[in-house]
Design a protein around this ligand. Structure first.
Ligand code: BGC
Length: 746
């Protein structure tokens, strides 16, 4: 630290400003006379996209041969923190061996719409899951002395007009949905850098938003690394620096450095702001930029890990019994993806894969193959394929989205697979009862044939090991254990953002607010294709013995929850035990339930394990825009344990006492309902009713009249109650006093 301050003291104003932008596309600037090295940052993050010549941020030019791991759309489905940590360790080691100081990821933006072209790079529609997994990945990478860049901060949830669009979003939705993944990583994994997003939030570019960068990121969450711009995201450099944007990337725009020097000279910018940015950058340069002796990039070994990781990510969506396939039986593979799988998405995360092979490479002679249809939409005559399908025990169709359907830079327009693929699947179903569809895609697709096929195995964009992993899963050499990290809707139109995606030319309104993904579908009891958290195994699990450490807690004390899960099938397998919290207090409008815990466990047949969770205040709280803080309402909450958001196996209720209660002062506008909800005022109201019982005329009333009376009564403010009950001024004032007195001492 002191050394860095000393160095900063010796920099000329030009050098200092210069440090705040890159030397070129991928390097920070060095200052030789002061021993400041120039360090390299590199894309990824599901592999290393280290470019040596021809730099670009769109994945066009080549990069070194590297191992392509499953993209975040797949790794999120592992629901496995340990797996993500170990993948991080491998990536960190690869970076260390290649002298890359900072890996530009993880990308933790929320999947607001299934159309976002970059969803394959993002983890989930759920902020808790995205936060936990990206935190584990970050810790793994940084354990090797390499930094990460958590991106894209924030509200970058579409590609359409990503460089200029303004996301119009409530503070509550930002705090509950779009920020928490960043918050978790920043608070728990201490990332070395954060990359700001291209877009504006409520009219202000993220690259020059002091509330976002200096306020929330640094002051509230304690971020102590440097903030880097997304590539070319800087609009006003001086404004940006003041707001907390330290490093402008890529380099090559000396005009902006000059603007900084000029602003300081003219007194428009405090020199201390430039010092602080330089210090933030140098801290990372000196801690991550050192050469790590002994680090090796063992491509063979890492490739094998990429296969194993993908085996833990793929999601078995349907199985009518065709899977696992039996060794030695005649099987027909159809679709070009069997030879050349689609295993990654386009754009800046594109890896020059070291060893990408299709499933066909890993099967024996009993498996026949007909290409049938290609990714580009061309097809062969179906005759021979249909004939062979009839003679086979099972048919495996390798389907999925072609490269140009989803990529960085633009969004999808619909959720359909190419028509030719749907036609082939339907035709094959006419010949064979055991059609298995293997999917290669970065985001949900519609499945018009879902009722006709026997099984569906979702590989997502599974990295270069996808072919081998797929065969291992199909034949039961590996057990499917992935669970969906996003809802698959039946139709695009069902998605909550449908009417507001991608917005008009300037803005996109997040009108669905906090109701993103299952928070919307489940609250609305909307039918879906496959729910959040869903996935099958080759075995079955039973849930029992839910226990909570207390049936009543004070908000802020921890609640321990445990449940037993038993493998009641005949094969070993892994289960993802999910915990959802449902607020029953009705204090605020909230989703029907929210994921607040998950654990992945492995169980042998007959084995039973206890799974434990700890819930803190945040698990019960919502963001209250009035007090601009997290509030835990007082009242009942349900703790749910389940296999998916739609399959809750166990539940129990607890009561949370909350010191967060707003100061409750009774006046003429307080309603009867509010008074009955509070235990102290409820007593007073009961006493009042005993005295002023209105004439009983219930007998003559119909049910709807009674219901109307009840509602009118509950909604009535006290000033109306006074009139209805013919209270004198003294009686009314006495009532207000008694009610307020009952609240004393709270
Ligand atoms: C992307 C970033 C990427 C950067 C550098 C940008 O277009 O949004 O995710 O890290 O380019 O390639």
């Amino acid at each position: 630290m002191d050394k860095i301050k000393e160095i900063i003291g010796q920099l000329t104003p030009e050098e200092k400003a210069g440090l705040c932008s890159g030397a070129d596309f991928w390097h920070t600037k060095g200052v030789e006379r002061l021993g400041i090295p120039s360090v390299m940052v590199s894309d990824g993050p599901h592999g290393l996209r280290k470019q040596e010549e021809g730099a670009d941020h769109l994945g066009i030019h080549d990069s070194i041969k590297a191992v392509c791991f499953p993209a975040a759309c797949a790794t999120a489905c592992s629901f496995d923190r340990k797996l993500l940590y170990s993948m991080g360790e491998i990536l960190g080691e690869e970076c260390a061996a290649e002298n890359v100081a900072v890996l530009l990821g993880p990308a933790v933006n929320i999947k607001r719409s299934p159309l976002c072209g970059r969803n394959f790079e993002y983890f989930s529609e759920d902020p808790f899951l995205a936060g936990e997994l990206s935190c584990a990945l970050t810790k793994g990478i940084q354990s090797k002395g390499v930094g990460v860049s958590v991106k894209h901060f924030a509200a970058n949830n579409q590609e359409t007009r990503r460089m200029t669009v303004s996301a119009e979003v409530s503070e509550r939705a930002l705090r509950e949905i779009y920020f928490p993944a960043f918050e978790t990583v920043v608070k728990q994994a201490k990332p070395k850098t954060v990359m700001c997003s291209y877009n504006k939030i409520n009219g202000v570019y993220s690259s020059e938003n002091p509330w976002l960068l200096n306020g929330i990121l640094r002051e509230e969450w304690g971020f102590d690394g440097f903030v880097v711009s997304d590539w070319y995201a800087v609009s006003d450099r001086v404004k940006g620096l003041t707001a907390g944007l330290d490093l402008e990337m890529p380099g090559g725009n000396p005009e902006n450095d000059e603007k900084i020097v000029e602003a300081v000279r003219e007194g428009r910018l405090e020199e201390s702001v430039v010092d602080r940015a330089a210090e933030n950058i140098l801290n990372v340069v000196f801690s991550c930029g050192v050469k790590k002796e002994g680090a090796v990039f063992d491509r063979e070994k890492d490739h094998a890990r990429a296969v194993e990781i993908e085996e833990n990510c793929a999601v078995l969506l349907k199985n009518g019994g065709a899977l696992p396939l039996k060794e030695g039986k005649k099987v027909l593979f159809v679709g070009e993806f069997a030879e050349k799988p689609r295993f990654q998405g386009g754009g800046s995360s594109h890896i020059n894969a070291f060893d990408a092979r299709g499933a066909l490479d890993f099967v024996g002679k009993e498996v026949g193959y007909i290409c049938g249809f290609k990714a580009d939409g061309t097809e062969e005559d179906k005759g021979e394929a249909l004939r062979l399908a009839k003679l086979s025990e099972a048919v495996v169709v390798f389907a999925g989205l072609p490269d140009n359907y989803e990529s960085e830079g633009y969004d999808r327009k619909h959720l359909r697979l190419p028509d030719v693929q749907n036609e082939w699947i339907e035709a094959l179903c006419g010949q064979n009862a055991n059609v298995v569809v293997v999917l290669h895609n970065g985001a949900p697709v519609e499945m018009p044939w879902r009722g006709r096929v026997n099984a569906v195995l979702e590989m997502y964009l599974g990295g270069e090991g996808v072919g081998e992993a797929c065969v291992n899963l199909l034949y039961g050499k590996a057990e499917p254990s992935g669970r969906l990290a996003e809802t698959f809707p039946l139709r695009l139109e069902d998605n909550p953002s449908y009417l507001n995606f991608p917005g008009d030319r300037e803005t996109v309104k997040y009108s669905e607010d906090i109701f993103v993904g299952y928070r919307y579908y489940d609250s609305k009891a909307q039918k879906v294709l496959f729910p959040f958290g869903y996935g099958l195994s080759y075995t079955r699990f039973a849930y029992k013995n839910l226990e909570v450490s207390a049936s009543e807690i004070d908000a802020g004390t921890l609640l321990n929850v445990r449940a037993d899960v038993e493998n009641v099938g005949t094969r070993k397998g892994k289960e993802v035990v999910q915990l959802y919290v449902a607020d029953k207090t009705e204090e605020a409008v909230r989703p029907i339930h929210e994921l607040k815990g998950f654990e992945k466990i492995e169980l042998a047949p007959g084995e039973c394990k206890t799974v434990s969770f700890t819930l803190d205040k945040r698990a019960f709280a919502y963001y209250d825009e009035k007090s601009r803080d997290w509030r835990c309402p007082e009242g009942k909450f349900e703790i749910q344990i389940g296999r998916s958001s739609r399959d809750i196996a166990l539940k129990t209720e607890i009561f949370v006492r909350s010191p967060d209660q707003r100061k409750f002062i009774v006046d003429g506008n307080t309603t009867v309902e509010q008074l009955f909800l509070h235990p102290s005022t409820k007593m007073v109201m009961k006493g009042l009713l005993a005295k002023f019982r209105p004439e009983k005329s219930d007998g003559k009333m119909g049910d709807s009249d009674k219901e109307m009376m009840r509602a009118a009564y509950l909604q009535a403010p006290l000033r109306t109650v006074k009139l209805a009950l013919n209270m004198s001024k003294e009686q009314y004032e006495g009532l207000l006093d008694a009610l307020n007195a009952s609240l004393k001492g709270e």
